[in-house]
Write a protein that binds this ligand. Sequence first.
Ligand code: DAH
Length: 340
Amino acid sequence: MQNLIDQMAKKVDEDLAKVSSNETLAEFWQTYLSKNGQVTGLMKQLRNLSADERPKAGKVINEFKAKVQAQYDQAALRMKQLELAQRNAAEAVDITLPAKMRPQGALHPITLVKNQVIDVFAGMGFEIFEGPEIEDDDHNFTRLNIPKDHPARDMQDTFYITDEYLLRTQTSGGQIRVMDSKKPPIKVLSPGRVFRADSDATHSPMFHQMEGLVVDKGITLCDLQGMLDCLVKELFGSSVRTRLRPSYFPFTEPSVEVDVSCFECGGTGCSLCKGTGWIEILGSGVVNQNVLRGCGIAPEVYSGFAFGIGIERIAMLKYGINNMGLLFENDLRFLKQFSE
Ligand code: DAH
């Protein structure tokens, strides 16, 4: 028996030296330690021995089996470490490689201008109100002193949804919503998208406006001009001046168009200001008494002014953009040029 074991031990050592993977390890186990393995099989040979020899042989076999098992365990541990080392090597990250740069986003020029306008008026204590984009005829027109067959309706090519509902053509309807829900003093700025069936280099079917409304006792056009002065200096530079020109809007009386001195030529006349030295930037006026009255605000006690700014127009002037479409194509080569 001892002989047999010595021979087998030699083979075991040889085979163990060949174990280099999980497969060869499993083969080793199969050959020696499994139920039908050679080491396990040694026990079966006990029955060929005499009763006196059996206990001693049994002990020798058990010791041998324990030794082979220990050898196997050690090999198994070695395989595990090997496998881990291989995996680590395969998954290693080379921290010296240059990183992939992520392109950095920036704010859209429309957002930049919108934020700038909001900043100026927020600094003067204005609140923000956002009205609905799907508006009713009443808020968009009638209560702004533009009744059903008023010619001013033709100025705005309206997208009607039904007879009563439409895509708002101006943020001015927000004035009515604000004055219905809040009584003076009122200082509100109302930004939003507006829609008109109109499209060319300076018009888009969807564009952005910013409505301003101030109502309190003793408000005059001087307050308007003072506030707008602050705005244009912030937008176009501190040397820019404003002027008011008579105009017409049904919801303001008197109505004015606000011009800024040309920030390109300083007022001497150039192609941007078409030689006039002035550039029109927004519509404005003293809130029409009919509008105040319609919202339950007594015009004998309160007065107010309102204005509406086209954000795209300001962005185009400020950044020298000659086609409004560029603002909506979202071509990164274009958008990358704006940071402030
Ligand atoms: N809603 C006008 C437009 O879209 C702009 C406007 C003019 C708004 C005068 C006003 C205003 O609040 O007082 O053309």
